[in-house]
Design a protein around this ligand. Sequence first.
Ligand code: ZN
Length: 381
Amino acid sequence: MLTPLQRQILGAIAGSDGMSRTDLVQFSGMSKAAVSGVVREMIDAGFLFEAETVSSAGQGRPSVRLMVHPEGAYFAGVSLLQDPAHMVLINLHGDILSRVTFPLSNVPQKLAEDIAVALPGLLEPHTGAAEKLLGLGVTLSGFIDEHQSTCVQSALLGWRDIPLASLVSEATGVDVAIENDAKALAVSEKRFGHARELSSFSLVSHGAGIGSAHFIAGHLYRGAHGGAGEIAHSTIELNGAPCRCGKRGCLDTIASVNAVMQAAKAEKLNASSMAELEQLALQGNNQAVRILHHAGTALGLAVSHLIQINDPEMILIAHQEGAFNGLFGTVVQQSIDANVLPGVAGMTPVRTFSLNDDTWARAAASISAHRFLAGPDSTVR
Ligand SMILES: [Zn+2]
């Protein structure tokens, strides 16, 4: 459908605010005539369109910016992080066009068939989507191999070495990539979200569990075994509480939403969410203040380590609605500032945003979009 060069050009334009043909001559090293021919083909195929702008100096001929046509291609994404499983359809701008849910099965073959059964319902509301569906992504909690095809291990789903991408691809007839949840969200933020302009950043997802992922020099960093970013099981308290992983004192046992809510339950506090616990703290409940302070300090400490190790341009924290606009969020920031080298305190901006029902499925779809736009080798070990 598109040649490797055309995909490179599409990827470059998608990562910008539009490029002129002259920009593309510089980018590709091709002649102006050759670029014009390639661009014409891509406009005819529906991947690009021309947006006219006046030159900044206000003189000469207006330059024509080439933009990615949002309806040039579509991608589906499935999140296995909740039951029912969520599935969305996105376009080349990352806009969500439709969504479906179906009961989550942890039997791989059954899951692949369920996705295949749900897919037509996802595509049906959007004319032309079936013909232009270029990939399907699946995101889950666990280790994924570097080819984004095999789930090496998932405690949540009880899986080991499951070739999920090929199972789903055989069932649906679509090109499939799978990815760890936090890594998929980092890709989604890089491609369509808060990190579009960033080359190196770390994302932390704060939910029932904690995840993180890193972009380094423009690439998702995977690590030697796919485990880069597993801060949830970094030891934060020596000889601390036992963790489900078998160790003690992991970040997850102190700062995850599950850990915080368990601590609140142990204190018999009347709170069923972080937001409600914040409300109690605001009313002066000492136990609520102590729990949020303890958890926030731990998360800030872990984030300070990310900053010391990677020196990212930004830390992005994705969190549950209402979890970061009170004491917890304030303590996290204070703990980061207190635990990085004094000379760099305050130099790494921390940006927070709320997770919603669509977040993980859209992140899954983003994986396929990113592979299409940046190529399958878009991650580094
Ligand atoms: Zn652990």
